[in-house]
Write a protein that binds this ligand. Structure first.
Ligand code: UD2
Length: 330
């Protein structure tokens, strides 16, 4: 049994990795400052993990968090293109400075490996599809620059200090528990909750932008593989984590109409600054070196996600019970 530290354990991806590790009987320690993570995401596992409320920028707290740790999954971030356009300094602090702080603490604690949540946004708007790891990155938004800079820090810490690091370029991860409540939330979490409530979603741009939307279970599997793969295959390397298929936002909207029962049209607004038009991954490198193979398709993942949000929207049984002393039913 190994001890795993997850930064951003209150986030949708961090908490999903935590549950997968616990299912395997592993030990989990988590940190979060709840800047974007949510307490309810870890409420169900709080008694099974060691949790510390801390900011990764706090080097002393990170040194304590890394003590005796074997593996780190660095998921903490402010994961938003538009938020970074509004606040590049805040994005840099949370997505770059915090990464360096964590890496210093992990290096000094003798951590075996750090697996990093990077982003497909690093590729930017280059015309070539699919995106392969050997392509020259061309980030557009401050968020994309920050994620790429942290990737380079990962590689640097491997080359300069021998700390094993693996960067996973996530391609639009989605699934249950993704926070839909912020204007910066991922489009699928937003659209699903809006459409289930009968509210009109807004498409930024013409809806022809495309994404390689990747279900959370595939991303979790990639993380576990990146942790276990031989160092010679993965240390100091970057891998796409995706499905290798893309859909446009308009196509996605139509699938969601069927799944949610929302029959109205979408609203349209101006394209977002910093937005990438098309995103599609070549996943052959992850297949070859990590043994990664996405097992949940976009459609199946979307179906499961809609079902999860539908359950959340439904009133609890206790809410339906009459509030009298005789009213409770078995
Ligand atoms: C980027 C990264 C993704 C991840 C994420 C973290 C790319 C290609 N992807 O996702 O891998 O790092 O950042 O946040 O860079 N949209 C609407 N209406 C809405 C919300 C969004 O039309 O209400 C559009 C948005 O303009 C974009 C698409 O939906 O074209 C996807 O947006 P998103 O915020 O879900 O994710 P994105 O692509 O910025």
């Amino acid at each position: 049994m190994s001890l795993h530290l997850i930064t951003g354990i209150g986030g949708f991806i961090g908490s999903s990795i935590a549950r997968a590790l616990l299912d395997r009987g592993e030990q989990v320690r988590g940190v979060d400052n709840f800047a974007t993570g949510r307490r309810e995401n870890i409420a169900g596992i709080l008694n099974l993990i060691e949790f510390r409320e801390a900011d990764i920028l706090d080097l002393d707290a990170m040194r304590q968090a890394c003590a005796a740790v074997d593996y780190v999954f660095h998921e903490a971030a402010i994961p938003s293109v538009p938020k970074s356009v509004l606040d590049p300094l805040g994005s840099n602090r949370a997505n770059v400075d915090a990464t360096v702080s964590l890496l210093v603490a992990a290096r000094d604690a003798g951590v075996k490996r750090v697996v990093y949540a990077s982003s497909s946004s690093a590729y930017g708007d280059t015309p070539t599809l699919p995106k392969h790891e050997s392509m020259t990155p061309s980030p557009i938004s401050p968020y994309a620059v920050a994620k790429l800079a942290s990737e380079h820090y990962m590689i640097s810490f491997y080359r300069c200090y021998g700390l094993q690091t693996v960067a996973l370029r996530y391609f639009n991860i989605f699934g249950p528990q993704q926070d839909p409540s912020s204007p910066y939330s991922g489009v699928l979490a937003k659209f699903i909750t809006q459409m289930l409530r009968g509210e009109q979603p807004t498409i930024f741009g013409d809806g022809e932008q495309s994404r390689d939307f990747t279900y959370i279970d595939n991303a979790v599997a990639a993380n576990l593989l990146a942790c276990a793969a031989p160092a010679a295959e993965v240390a100091g390397q970057v891998f796409n984590v995706a499905t290798g298929r893309r859909v446009t936002l308009l196509e996605t909207f139509h699938v969601l109409q069927k799944l949610t029962g929302y029959s109205g049209p979408p609203a349209y607004a101006a394209e977002r600054s910093g937005d990438v038009k098309h995103s599609l991954a070549d996943i052959s490198r992850a297949k070859k070196h990590l043994g990664y193979n996405p097992t949940v398709t976009f459609e199946e993942g979307l179906r499961q996600t809609v079902e999860w949000y539908r359950t959340q929207a439904r009133p609890q049984t206790s809410d339906l019970r009459p509030q009298t002393s005789h009213g409770s039913s078995p």
